[in-house]
Design a protein around this ligand. Structure first.
Ligand SMILES: Nc1ncnc2c1ncn2[C@@H]1O[C@H](COP(=O)(O)OP(=O)(O)OP(=O)(O)O)[C@@H](O)[C@H]1O
Ligand SMILES: [Mg+2]
Length: 580
């Protein structure tokens, strides 16, 4: 990372996050001045201490000076404490603000954007990168203020005690800065690589937890263990690298300090014998120089924190800049549902990461309140069509209407408010049964929830669970059977009371008894609703008023079951091979 890029990122952090907390930072700045003043006065006090107490043996000052020393140290400690408290608050709040920004982007992002980036990378942005920026704002800003003020005060004191000696010491300083300068750049690069690795590792971890059963049945424990080890080894290597680059400053700085002190003592000896330096000035000067060591070291390495934080901020900004959201104009009118007729007009759509169209020249009309089924081989484009209606994906060409209103020209909120979705793979939260169902309507009363469950034929089994509606169902409902999960997701869709239902029937077959129960639940869900269903079940097909047959993204036939059996060979073969 180049210096001007670093400055650009820090300026941006200042504008967007730090500026708001300027009062706390200014307070820390004032307190840093107190710290600097107190530090310098502790060194200065050695001058009168040596002269008045040791040489002149002044009785009053003999007890006054020790008191001043205590006061100086106490004032340094107290002001440093309050400066740190303020900075701790600011930096943690800013870290949190960045995390909120990423979380917000993730929640609003266009589904297609999320499809194209692994969730683990977002998690790593939230966890590691925000912490690095927090370090930059916290440690970086405070040390910059505190240490540069202290250094200025101490240098001033050094000149006050003896300008010749001070000039000599100042002459040594640029050397130290020269050695530390390249360190920051180097660390920024290594840190960037480590951040990338951490992101990949988090992705890997989320996957091995999700795939726990697959790993065991395909007996990939050894292979995955090797993968994990290789990830961890790479990370360990990078972190060792970061650690060792970080401390690379130590030997150089220590040796330089040695040179400085050696030269200083040699030169002081000459000045004292020439009568140009008093012993009391010498001690005070020595103290100031020793005290200057810490701020110099901290300032020389401050660019490391800065580069680390800036590299992390850069990764965060990549995510938060130009968040790709579904187009959602606040001024658009709400969708008004009348009969709930739906029309697809010349729809062409391809996923951004593929060239080939997923669906092509799609034209159809659906009468409100009826059930429409889509059938076709796997990959024919059935789920794609259904996903276009709530605008999870945007077609490149064509229009979709609900009651003559183009769904692109109504508010997204009102569009999605009117659609329920029961997806192919059931998605449940690690929460209670009740909360999973109430997700559709958090204000729903207990009796409304129970009613929805009765419709979904779920009430009976829920009552038998250990804590009834308050039972925790585990990650994605692991503690429930497949059919039970489906019925909970149906109850949730019922509770939403939306006029349009999208139903991507699960392909996994249930035994005929559960099949019947789930089927009844679906019949209750879709009664008098405009339903678009991807049918895998025979009974659904028979209930559908209209059926569309899809092949390779095209609609190649439509009608009801009886007419399609006569007119469409594709349908006939699908029916005979798959639906039966
Ligand atoms: N997120 C995606 N990114 C890229 N291509 C996709 C994506 N989802 C689906 N596709 C592709 O689009 C085509 C249609 O997929 P779709 O999911 O609509 O099929 P489907 O008819 O629902 O199949 P199934 O019965 O197996 O669920 C397929 O060729 C598939 O590879
Ligand atoms: Mg599908």
């Amino acid at each position: 990372m180049k210096l001007n890029e670093l400055i650009k990122i820090i300026k941006r952090l200042y504008r967007e996050h730090i500026k708001r907390h300027l009062n706390r930072i200014l307070l820390a700045l004032v307190l840093s001045l107190v710290v600097a003043g107190s530090t310098a006065s502790t060194a200065w006090l050695l001058d009168p201490a040596v002269k008045k107490i040791f040489i002149e043996q002044d009785k009053t000052l003999a007890w006054l000076i020790p008191i001043w020393i205590v006061l100086a140290f106490a004032s340094k400690g107290i002001s440093l404490y309050f400066a740190r408290i303020n900075i701790i608050k600011v930096s943690n709040i800013i870290g949190g603000e960045l995390q909120k920004r990423i979380a917000d982007v993730m929640l609003r992002a266009d589904i297609e954007t999320l499809d194209n980036r692994h969730s683990g990378k977002y998690i790593s942005n939230i966890q590691f990168d925000c912490t690095a920026v927090q370090m930059l704002v916290g440690t970086g800003v405070l040390n910059l203020m505190k240490d540069s003020f202290s250094l200025i005060a101490l240098i001033y004191l050094m000149f006050y005690q003896n300008w010749k000696l001070a000039s000599f010491a100042i002459f040594m300083m640029p050397l130290a800065i020269f050695f530390a300068k390249n360190l920051g750049k180097r660390i920024g690069k290594v840190q960037g690589e480590a951040g990338e690795l951490a992101g990949n590792f988090t992705s890997f971890l989320t996957e091995i937890f999700k795939a726990s059963k697959m790993i065991r049945i395909y007996q990939k424990e050894e292979a995955e263990k090797k993968n994990a080890e290789s990830f961890i080894d790479k990370l360990v290597k990078k972190n060792i690298k970061i650690g060792s680059v970080l401390i690379r400053a130590t030997p150089i700085m220590e040796t330089l300090t040695g040179f400085m002190i050696a030269g200083f003592i040699f030169y002081s000896g000459k000045l004292i014998s020439a009568g140009e330096l008093e012993i009391n000035n010498f001690f005070s000067f020595l103290a100031a120089m020793m005290l200057a060591y810490q701020p110099i070291r901290s300032l020389a390495t401050i660019n490391i924190v800065a580069y680390q934080g800036a590299a992390a901020a850069k990764r965060i900004f990549v995510v938060t800049d130009n968040p790709i959201e579904t187009k959602n104009d606040k001024n658009f009118p709400n969708l008004k549902i009348d009969k709930c007729n739906i029309k697809f007009e010349n729809i062409n759509f391809h996923y951004t990461n593929t060239k080939e169209k997923a669906v092509e020249k799609i034209n159809f009309e659906i009468k409100g309140g009826s059930m429409t089924a889509f059938v076709g081989h796997s990959g024919a484009g059935k789920s794609t069509i259904i996903n276009l209606l709530p605008r999870f994906y945007e077609p490149q060409e064509g229009k979709i209407f609900i009651d003559q209103q183009n769904i692109h020209n109504v508010s997204l909120y009102s569009l999605r408010r009117n659609i329920s979705l029961v997806s192919q793979d059931v998605i449940l939260f690690d929460d209670t049964v009740k909360n999973n169902i109430a997700y559709a309507d958090p204000k729903a009363s207990q009796s409304e929830i129970i009613e929805a469950c009765k419709f979904a034929a779920a009430d009976e089994f829920i009552d038998k669970l250990p804590d009834g509606y308050e039972t925790f169902i585990g990650e994605n409902g692991v503690r429930l059977s497949g059919g039970q999960k489906q019925r909970i997701s149906i109850a949730r869709a019922i509770l939403k009371k939306s006029p349009i239902i999208l139903l991507d029937e699960a392909t996994s077959s249930l035994d005929s008894e559960s099949e019947q129960i789930v089927q009844n639940a679906i019949t209750n869900l879709t009664k008098n609703k405009t339903t678009l269903v991807i049918a895998h079940r025979l009974s659904t097909i028979h209930n559908a008023e209209q059926i569309f047959v899809l092949k390779n993204g095209f609609i190649i036939g439509s009608g009801n079951h009886d007419s399609l059996m006569k007119s469409s060979n594709e349908y006939k073969s699908l029916y005979e091979k798959q639906l039966k």
